[in-house]
Design a binder for this molecule. Structure first.
Ligand code: GDP
Ligand code: MG
Length: 441
């Protein structure tokens, strides 16, 4: 996708005479690419019409960077589609709230319920899980296992077959226990059917959720709109979570889900594990959709913002799969020195939202400095290793002491490193284009 968009934009910038024909060709190419990324046909068509209105042909002709103008216009339009104009209902810590999860079987509801609970638990909430899925054999065991692992209280039954009764009993139980985030997991069934939607309506009516979250598998393709709309028609969906973003899907269906439910995406799932869960951030998501967040884009970005003399070495190391603590250190240094390297990281799904929240750059900078202080207490061997196992418990304690920080802060920094290393490991084997080839992005 990224390739074809860049190609389309490249054609654009190569054309000497910018006329409507070229603009149309370019938009057609982008349209095809977005459809491949599962963005709904109607959304793509409307966007294309809008772009034609927005992009001023005279501006293009006047020698401004055509590629950037069109790219920016497409980007802005996609961001707009993902913003339904109102934020998701904000739950209040300390006040009992009920959150109901809906979605088809296999969408990732049960997994996501636990991730959502765990995310909030880490932030001081008292979550609890209720299994109102009596349809799927083993549903309660699955939730129980997840909940136990995360040390989150759970409720369910092996014998009761009425999901409404379980949901109501569970919610009552946890209200009495002063839980402030009571999460109701529901059944999904294999396909959309009247019985499922009737069940969702009844569970919702009985538990009066403060928020209903529609969980969507990013790989369902063009089916996203109808699916989201069907759920929206039986329960008051107020937010969307898109799962399996670690797979191949670009997640274009999310735009459909937002359009169908008029609700924002709040989180994305990026793996099977509890902590593979990220606060949704529109910009990197759209970048990825457009292929701007892909690795070749990243290489370009590095070439844009990393000082020239450091580039070959950095790219070489990354292509060998060597993301060491020292590289992280140097990149933090760059980021503090020149800011824009933040853009490199912001292109990676998951980095910017968690690590560089918008409007909190000061805090992020303080964090980088703190991390760097800890890394200052490491040995060269540790900084240059790609095996975090060499950092034994006693070394971690020593580093904490040496840098005047707490052990858990050192662990947090190492977690952050592992997360980044995982992202950058995808660059292994990447062909590094020569500077001259990079003009396209
Ligand atoms: P449910 O039927 O909607 O409750 O879906 P489950 O929670 O049981 O998930 C179905 C499958 O998808 C399970 O194998 C999960 O491990 C997997 N899964 C859920 N979320 C993600 C994700 O974000 N990434 C990946 N790779 N797998 C996921
Ligand atoms: Mg389930």
């Amino acid at each position: 996708l990224g390739g074809s968009i860049s190609r389309a934009l490249q054609q654009m910038s190569n054309a000497t005479i910018i006329d409507e024909k070229v603009l149309n060709e370019c938009l057609n190419e982008i349209t095809r690419a977005l459809l491949q990324a599962d963005v709904q046909f109607k959304l793509v068509r409307d966007m294309s019409t809008n772009i034609k209105k927005i992009v001023n042909l005279e501006d293009l002709a006047a020698g401004h960077n055509k590629r950037r103008i069109i790219q920016q216009a497409v980007y802005n339009e996609l961001c707009k589609i993902l913003d339904p104009g109102k934020p998701a209902y904000t739950l209040k810590k300390g006040k009992p709230s009920v959150v109901m999860f809906v979605g088809l079987q296999g969408a990732g509801k049960t997994t996501t319920c636990t991730k959502y609970a765990y995310h909030h638990q880490k932030r001081g909430w008292k979550p609890a899980l209720v299994c109102a899925d009596t349809f799927r054999a083993g549903a309660f065991d699955q939730l129980k296992q997840n909940a136990t692992k995360a040390k989150i209280p759970f409720y369910g039954s092996y014998t009761e077959s009425d999901p409404v009764k379980i949901a109501v009993d569970g919610v009552e139980t946890f209200k009495k226990e002063n839980c402030d985030l009571i999460i109701v997991d529901t059944s999904g069934r294999h396909k959309q059917e009247a019985a499922l939607f009737e069940e969702m309506r009844q569970v919702s009516e009985a538990t009066k959720p403060d928020l209903v979250i529609f969980v969507m598998d990013s790989s369902i393709g063009q089916a996203a709109f109808d699916q989201a709309q069907a759920f929206r028609q039986s329960v008051a969906v107020g937010a969307v979570i898109v799962t399996k973003m670690d797979g191949h899907a670009k997640g274009g269906g999310a735009l459909s889900a937002v359009a169908a439910t008029k609700s924002p995406v709040i989180f994305i799932g990026t793996g099977e594990h509890m902590d593979e869960f990220e606060v949704f951030d529109v910009k990197p998501f759209v970048s990825r959709l457009l292929g701007m967040g892909d690795l070749s884009g990243l290489v370009n970005k590095i070439q844009d913002v990393v000082p020239m003399d450091q580039q070959p070495e950095l790219l070489q190391k990354l292509s060998e799969g060597h993301f060491t603590l020292r590289i992280m250190y140097e990149q933090f240094q760059n980021m503090l020195k020149m800011g824009p390297l933040g853009q490199v990281f912001s292109m990676l799904p998951g980095f910017s939202a968690e690590m560089m929240p918008q409007g909190r750059e000061k805090e992020s900078q303080a964090k980088f400095k703190r991390y760097m202080t800890m890394m200052d207490s490491m040995t060269d061997e540790e900084l240059d290793s790609t095996n975090p196992k060499i950092l034994t418990e006693s070394r971690i304690m020593r580093i904490a002491r040496g840098s005047g920080r707490l052990v858990h802060e050192v662990m947090e920094m190492l977690e952050e490193y592992k997360r980044l290393a995982k992202i950058f490991s995808k660059m292994k084997g990447l062909k590094i284009p020569k500077k001259g080839d990079m003009s396209s992005l």
